[in-house]
Design a protein around this ligand. Structure first.
Ligand code: SF4
Ligand code: SF4
Length: 330
């Protein structure tokens, strides 16, 4: 299976993430699965005329294309022309190339939240009119229309994340290579369910603090970051704390709140990322599948029952009170 990778309007962080894949590294993994890059801007030697020739060959169907991967959002300004972002030397916009090459591809994969929904590039006033490949924020319909289907019959597969997890990309490509990814394997925002059916909250090492609503008050403290520091891991999809990044890391493991980077419009939360918006002292963003009254009842009960060890460790940057060992039988 061949892959053509285009970098559009993003920071390149999704490629950096992919290259950081370990055990196995991305080259060994893809080679072992029979997946090869026709071209990737950071990995391939070809530049300039050679790349333009390849793009023309794909566009004319002279070179069959299995997977078109797009990283970064698609710039449509000014006034829908896309001419704010020209593909160097071709005289044509990236918008134009993506629209045409997508028609030729067996599968189209949006790598990262910029490509999926617009992401960071579309934040603020969005002067470049940046959008996703098939979504514009929550709205279905981006550079490609909502009813677009690649030759396989699938919509654009949104491997969302900012950056996206390297395994999410390689696993998606391997599922496509083995013919094992169908429309039923995508969620309602076209994200692969293998990672989108988990919550970031699952396996977060702060779960014991969450259970007692023992909250951190500042970054670097050990407590749960939901109540004060903006963590939305109970609502954000992603298996970040289950599979870990490079085997061990995640945002919450590193002491930073989950900001829901796998979701459309995460870049505009309307408050600081490290602040929890509250109404009458109650966090607005409660777990989506728990009635508010239940949550409040459980929270006040668990706060009242918080062991001293957990309460004190929650507001410390290291373990202040170790667990007590029960006296063993002698
Ligand atoms: S999704 Fe995030 S990491 Fe990936 S290109 Fe966009 S801004 Fe960079
Ligand atoms: S810090 Fe966030 S992800 Fe971790 S337990 Fe608290 S709410 Fe869940």
């Amino acid at each position: 299976m061949n892959v053509l990778w285009l970098q559009s309007a993003g920071c390149g962080g999704c490629t950096m993430s992919l290259l950081c894949a370990e055990a196995p590294n991305v080259f060994d993994l893809l080679e072992g699965a029979g997946i090869e890059f026709l071209w990737h801007p950071a990995l391939s030697e070809e530049t300039g005329a050679a790349v333009r020739r390849l793009l023309e060959q794909v566009e004319s169907s002279e070179v069959p294309l299995d997977v078109l991967c797009v990283e970064g959002s698609i710039v449509t300004g000014p006034r829908g022309t896309g001419r704010f972002h020209m593909l160097s030397g071709t005289g044509r916009s990236m918008l134009d190339w993506v629209r045409n090459l997508a028609q030729k591809a067996q599968h189209v994969v949006a790598v990262g939240t910029c490509a999926a929904y617009g992401g960071i590039t579309s934040a603020g006033g969005n002067p470049a009119s940046a959008i996703g490949v098939q979504y514009d924020g929550h709205h279905n319909g981006g550079a490609l229309p909502a009813d677009f289907r690649s030759r396989s019959g699938l919509p654009v597969i949104n491997v969302a994340g900012c950056p996206t997890h390297p395994d999410w990309v390689t696993e998606t490509l391997m599922l496509l290579a083995s013919g094992s990814l169908s429309a039923a394997d995508l969620d309602t925002l076209a994200r692969p369910k293998f990672y989108a059916e988990h919550l970031v909250h699952h396996a977060c090492p702060k779960n014991e603090f969450y259970e007692y609503k023992a909250s951190a008050t500042r970054l670097s403290e050990m407590g749960c970051m939901m109540e004060n520091l903006g963590c939305v891991g109970t609502q954000a999809v992603g298996d970040c704390n289950i599979r870990g990044w490079n085997g061990e890391g995640s945002c919450t493991r590193a002491g930073y709140p989950c900001i829901n980077c796998t979701a459309p419009e995460f870049e505009e939360p309307n408050h600081a990322f490290t602040e929890t918006p509250k109404f009458a002292g109650i966090p607005v963003g409660l777990p989506s599948d728990m009635p508010k009254a239940w949550f409040m009842a459980l929270a006040s009960l668990s706060k009242a029952a918080t062991p001293d060890r957990i309460a004190r460790n929650a507001v410390s940057d290291r373990i202040k009170v170790p667990p007590k060992q029960k006296a063993g039988k002698t």
